[in-house]
Design a protein around this ligand. Sequence first.
Ligand code: MLC
Ligand code: AMP
Length: 504
Amino acid sequence: MTANLYTLFESRFPSDRSRPFLWVGGGNAVSYAEAEAESARLAHVLAGHGLRPGDRVAVQVEKSPRALFLYLACLRAGLVYLPLNSAYQQGEVGYFLDNAEPRAVVGQPKAMSWLEPLALERGITNCFSMDEHGEGSLALAARSAPGHFATVERSPDDLAAILYTSGTTGRSKGAMISHRNLASNASVLHAHWGFKPGDVLIHMLPLFHVHGLFVACHCVLMNGSAMRFHAKFDAARAIAEFATSSVFMGVPTFYTRLLAEPSLTPNACASMRLFVSGSAPLLAETHREFSARTGHRILERYGMTETGMLTSNPLEGDRRPGTVGLPLPGTQVRVVDESGQACAAGDIGSIQVKGDNVLSGYWRMPEKNKEEFTSDGYFKTGDMGMFSPDGYLSIVGRSKDLIITGGYNVYPKEVELVIDEMPGVMESAVVGVPHRDFGEAVTAVVVPKTGTKLAEAEVIAWVKGRLANFKVPKRAHIVPDLPRNAMGKVQKNVLRDRFSAPDH
Ligand code: MLC
Ligand code: AMP
């Protein structure tokens, strides 16, 4: 039997394909029949341009129903889907094209002036456009294609997607995600979170990362039910839709923004059955406040691009604020000390994981695979945590130098490399400081070259022109030197403390 993930989804679609899959805009329904037909047409276009199973398709588009159907089309044609954050700029995208060597690129019409030459320089001749309504050259080509497509057979270890995650060296790594990885996590989450007929999920997350695509969309596809599909997060709109929905998923910033809305009341949430949070730490205080305001206890879960979801607070039972719950069925999670020995409950160590959901490795980086896996096959998450005596995991920090801002990951090294290239800069350090809205804020500390004057606004503008907007420092502090320890290493904790103070 084929292990193509799309075939699994298809087996769960409602028998009446006229049932809604997406509710968009002012309440227009897109049916399962339309999703099947449009994904078939897009698959025909890609296959018709000579793309063969295993070829990569890089996609940097705004969220729209057709963007989601393009993902399904890639699965159906056996292509490897490579989603890119729509905020990435030219330099960032160039690296992904070099590394992944896709056979086709789909981008926003406004980006075509640089994306097309970038692709052509690399010999990628299949370049399509897709705007925020899903229109563009790809949609145009699909118009005359047949609405049926024979989904290509795949084996469990064949790749379904490559998702890039930045690295501590500033160099992004492509996590190779197989059909098995996605199918196992989708099945587990669908069962674990008690999805049932008639559930309606409000979808306000981006489609180019694990949370919005693999967690939220896969649960709905496995359930054959509908989602209210929005281009982006809007707190007031979400609250207005709670009355006719049942499940909501978001990053912690979504929850703090919901709490800021006076319309968030127990009455507004009366028909909701589940609120899920993840991608960044949810403050226990936010959990408690949400529960007091709405009567709902947020279910916090923990995962990674490389591994899918790993742990979850229970659907039935104690959802404990400040913890990410228990290992999901089929996932082995351990906390180990520096010598690799399992830590006792209550002791802090490194979190390592194993299971069908865990990636097989990084694209064309065999040396990273050696570093990131243990000899007995566990993946090193780079997160630090501890288990309670009854098995709840708490994340207490990260061994990787990573900032999570509004649910997006920023590796300081990447931002430091860009700042260090600025004329007049001697060196820089980038740290995350607590932020009310985004959880953490990217903050730069910059040392000018002797005799050079630098202004904060210039540093910020320099990064803005070169990196995705969420990586741009919210503040850039100009200092005469950086604090260093006896080994000469920059003391980021000192900078974090200094620039977290309220007067900064
Ligand atoms: C936007 N901005 C951010 C930001 N998002 N700054 C820091 N961090 C962020 N996350 C900045 C923009 O650069 C812009 O700055 C200004 O905020 C307004 O931009 P916007 O687009 O209007 O922002 P908004 O729509 O309010 O977006 C905020 C947000 C969004 C929180 C809704 O970032 C979001 O949807 N985050 C979800 C990320 C996510 O899906 N993560 C899952 C990863 S998967 P300026 O200066 O230009 O005005 C994963 C695995 C797992 O981690 O476990 O799930
Ligand atoms: P990403 O690479 O975008 O998939 O981000 C994965 C990282 O997000 C993890 O390694 C954690 O550091 C963090 N993360 C995800 N969920 C949670 C959570 N519930 N609490 C704390 N950190 C989380």
